[in-house]
Design a protein around this ligand. Structure first.
Ligand code: NAD
Ligand code: ZN
Length: 280
């Protein structure tokens, strides 16, 4: 990526030698997370040129002299926790702390999304929001990350999981991932629909798009004492206006989620068997 808004270019670049605990990975699959598109369009403080892409699966090609955890030929998943960029390439050089060995039986394309979409979505539910069995959940935006929020809510034992999107195909996918109810935001007021389905509002709402209107919807659709978790990335400098009484009188809470508060060495292995049977 050479200029904001200029799209992606295919170029030859040199990759440094592996030093210390670095590992060179032959990339076999790389996910396309919407964050890559945000960073290609908007200046969030990272200047071009840069190699984007941060959901990778591949095979260890070379290991640095101090690497202890990996051998050449291991199948691995990489994550940007501790690192950013270099996935939309044939090879990537990463510190071994950013890599997880995976079962070679897991296909690379499915494994790649473990490094961001899965740990962010499922982690938002389990680590960040701490959804408890029996609670009610709404998820606004059912892309790669939102569908993993649905899976995470199912794993956490949520009693009701409501998926909201503008695209009927996404709503169908969400049912496959574990949504008990779906709402198409084009068919009217999504907040009213959720309130009606849950008799007043949900315990947890997740915004997984990065829009002001849907972030406000997430807060509005909460029950008394509910928590809105904001995952979608907003344009640099954007602001949201909040009603303090939502937090005082109705005891609502809002939190931001970065990479699902993940510990990748724990969360990627935990997610692998379940995710590989669902993604794709
Ligand atoms: P995606 O483009 O795959 O999915 C977005 C979904 O939102 C689509 O299904 C789209 O139809 C739906 N949508 C758009 N406008 C809508 C509206 N008004 N109402 C309801 N649905 C609407 O994106 P993704 O890769 O899943 O990423 C989602 C967001 O999460 C992005 O902003 C991305 O940058 C961000 N993200 C954040 C983190 C983090 O750590 N916080 C990590 C990964 C991704
Ligand atoms: Zn991502």
């Amino acid at each position: 990526m050479n200029a904001f808004g200029g799209g992606f270019d295919v170029e030859e670049i040199d990759i440094d030698e592996t030093r210390g605990r670095e590992v060179l990975v032959d990339i076999k699959a790389s996910g396309l997370c919407h964050s890559d598109l945000h960073f290609a369009e908007t200046n969030f403080g990272m200047e071009p040129p840069m190699v984007l892409g941060h959901e990778i699966a591949g095979v260890v090609a070379v290991i640095g002299p101090e690497v202890t955890e990996f051998s050449i030929g291991d199948h691995v998943v990489g994550s940007l926790v501790q690192f950013c960029g270099a996935g939309f390439a044939e090879q990537a050089l990463l510190h071994e702390n950013q890599l997880i060995a995976i079962d070679p039986a897991v296909p690379f394309a499915e494994a790649s999304v473990l490094g961001c979409g899965t740990i962010t979505g499922a982690g938002a539910v389990i680590n960040s929001a701490g959804v408890r069995p029996g609670q009610t959940v709404a998820v606004i935006g059912l892309g790669g990350v939102g569908l993993n929020v649905i899976s995470g809510a199912r794993l956490a034992g949520a009693a009701r999981i409501i998926g909201i999107d503008l695209n009927d195909e996404k709503l169908e996918l969400a049912r496959g991932f574990g949504a008990s109810d779906v709402v198409n935001g084009r068919n009217g007021d999504a907040v009213a629909a959720v309130q009606q389905l849950t008799d007043g509002g949900v315990d947890h709402a997740f915004e997984v798009i990065g829009r002001k209107d849907t972030a406000l919807q997430a807060i509005a659709m909460l029950a008394v004492g509910g928590t809105a978790s904001l995952i979608g990335i907003h344009g640099a400098g954007s602001t949201i206006e909040l009603d303090p009484n939502d937090f005082l009188r109705w005891q609502k809470k809002v939190q931001g989620v970065y990479m699902g508060h993940a510990n990748i060495k724990r969360d990627i292995p935990f997610s692998t068997p379940r995710s590989s049977s669902r993604v794709g």
